[in-house]
Design a protein around this ligand. Structure first.
Ligand SMILES: NC(=O)c1ccc[n+]([C@@H]2O[C@H](COP(=O)([O-])OP(=O)(O)OC[C@H]3O[C@@H](n4cnc5c(N)ncnc54)[C@H](O)[C@@H]3O)[C@@H](O)[C@H]2O)c1
Ligand SMILES: [Zn+2]
Ligand SMILES: [Zn+2]
Length: 395
């Protein structure tokens, strides 16, 4: 089959690889009909290169049609339509029983000290072959695979794999008071979807970004958008305080993560680490502070005293300097982590199966491309060119 494989930093290719097969009773194999490209793929594309190996199949946002079913997957048959969560979780361990599927103890990667395995996601997360491919083996499909109806087009359901549950958890963790204001930093796919979920719940939402079309998209959904280009240091937080009686937002979501715009020095270090041999770069990244913290420090500055910061953007450093005095003095509450996808999918699916597309998911993707176009798509998405906000491959 054809698959999108990582070959080196900023070197993504479409290659021929063996067809996947059912290996364990709880596996299924699907024919992939749609597969998303995510901001998390961009971290692998360049910054997290030391943890990748040439030939790794990438992608963690797939859906498709069941082609083969292991003997331990009673809820599925060949021909069923399924969406696959990006977490690989068992559903019955101590963590899964507590709805912490991204910490699943059956698939945790103890040798790296990391949580549950993730599809298409580097050595740190189990090196599980990913979903930007014609076919995909789905481990633990007895719990993971979400069966959906055949009523609506793929894009109605596809974002259940990652964007929707991730944004949903970000809003839950932000714990916005009923009459409160939510600030969403970053209006990429995750930030944009978080604003839609919060607006659907009737909340007041402010968002920031520096890309015009991303700001326009959130404005169209009733969000007050702040263009941060040209603003420096605490000026973004000042703008937010101006809009919130001088106090700051009740809750803030950081939907940017480690590759934030505006952290020049660390960007240079990230590039340098990307050029080092893996044997040197891996321990360096695990010990040093390599994150660009612009979005996170803005979150601590822009949240009101006693407010909550929900971090959904991915960070990877081990010694990042944080403004502890400000965080302590302002009594900031902090929640973060990889989404527990299956924790939220039933609630979200109930919304998606309605006739009306309440979250606008069917018009969410800006590009639908073939797998062959993946190398260009990664480059375009990284540079935020061509109006690319959400790219979906149709293998
Ligand atoms: N926690 C999870 O389970 C989970 C799941 C999926 C994605 N993520 C992470 O969420 C983050 C966002 O993902 P995405 O797909 O939306 O990616 P993206 O890269 O398209 O979006 C990031 C957005 O932030 C904007 N931005 C950059 N610096 C900024 C700054 N200083 N202030 C305001 N905006 C800024 C960019 O212009 C861009 O629009 C990534 O870090 C991704 O890895 C986390
Ligand atoms: Zn994703
Ligand atoms: Zn588990």
């Amino acid at each position: 089959m054809k698959a999108v494989t990582w070959q080196g930093a900023k070197d993504i290719r479409v290659t021929e690889v063996p067809d996947p097969v059912v290996e364990d009773p709880t596996d299924i194999v699907i024919r992939v009909t749609s597969s998303g490209l995510c901001g998390s793929d961009l971290h692998l594309y360049e910054t997290l290169a030391p943890f990748m190996e040439p030939g790794d199949i990438v992608g963690h946002e797939p859906m498709g049609i069941v082609e083969a079913v292991g003997s331990g997957v009673p809820h599925l048959d060949v021909g069923d339509r399924v969406v696959i969560p990006f977490n690989v979780s068992c559903g019955h361990c101590w963590m899964c029983e507590r709805d912490l599927q991204s910490q699943c103890e059956t698939t945790q990667n103890t040798e790296h000290g990391t949580g549950a395995s993730l599809l298409g996601f580097s050595k740190l997360y189990g090196q599980v072959p990913g979903g930007q491919a014609e076919y995909l083996r789905v481990p633990h499909a007895d719990f993971g695979a979400v069966k959906v109806s055949k009523q609506h087009p793929d894009d109605r359901y596809l974002f259940l794999s990652d964007v929707l549950p991730t944004a949903w958890q970000a809003v839950e963790y932000a714990d916005v008071p009923d009459d409160g204001t939510l600030l969403v930093i970053g209006a990429g796919p995750i930030g944009d979807m978080a604003t839609r979920i919060a607006r659907h719940r009737g909340l007041r939402v402010i968002a920031t970004d520096l890309v015009d079309e991303r700001l326009d998209r959130v404005r169209a959904n009733g969000v007050e958008a702040i263009d941060i280009s040209g603003l420096e240091g605490s000026e973004v937080a000042e703008r937010v305080r101006d809009l919130t009686d001088g106090r700051g937002a009740d809750s803030v979501i950081d939907a940017v993560g480690m590759e934030a715009h505006g952290s020049g020095g660390v960007k240079a270090v990230q590039k340098l680490v990307g050029l080092l041999p893996d044997a040197v770069a891996e321990p360096f990244m695990l010990k040093a502070g390599v994150d660009r913290l612009e979005a996170l420090t803005t979150a601590f500055d822009a949240v009101r005293r006693g407010g909550t910061v929900s971090v959904v953007g991915v960070y990877g450093g081990a010694a990042d300097p944080l403004p502890m005095f400000q965080m302590f003095d302002k009594q900031i509450q902090l929640r973060m982590g990889q989404a527990n996808v299956r924790r939220w999918t039933d609630d979200i699916l109930a919304l998606l199966e309605q006739d009306e597309d309440v979250l606008g998911v069917e018009s969410f993707a800006t590009h639908h491309l073939s797998l062959e176009e993946a190398p260009d798509a990664y480059a375009t998405f990284q540079k935020k060119q061509d109006g690319a906000v959400k790219i979906v491959f149709r293998p």
